[in-house]
Design a protein. Structure first.
Length: 118
């Protein structure tokens, strides 16, 4: 049914305004987010090529999520993310648990960390 047909039926009082609204604007389906199973990390430092090579070999393969969640949940304190926003370790574990998350961390001392969930 086209929009003009719905408006004509509304004008003839064949449809109530609520029914016409439901016909013209159907409910959107919400998509369920897919859970991540692995996390890929890349770390770059200013210490030298040897340390960068060691870190790239260490994080060459993606890490399973259960190891990452275990490490995050072992943290004792809250983490300040941005503008004083405090996150508990449980919140952080839930945020990183979905596919397609990319986190770029640039520190003041030149260390760059890239995290991506798969």
């Amino acid at each position: 049914m086209t929009q003009q047909d719905v408006l004509a039926q509304l004008e003839n009082r064949a449809l109530s305004p609520k029914e016409a609204y439901r016909v013209m604007y159907p409910k959107q389906k919400s998509h369920q987010l897919r859970r991540a199973h692995f996390i890929k990390m890349k770390v770059r430092t200013n210490e030298g090529k040897g340390i960068d090579l060691f870190l790239s070999v260490l994080f060459m393969l993606p890490l399973p999520m259960f190891i990452v969640r275990f490490a995050i949940r072992r943290m004792k304190s809250k983490v300040t993310v941005y503008d004083g926003v405090q996150l508990t370790p449980e919140d952080l574990a839930n945020l990183v648990g979905y596919r397609g998350i990319k986190v770029n961390v640039d520190t003041h001392d030149g260390v760059k960390v890239r995290i991506r969930t798969l």
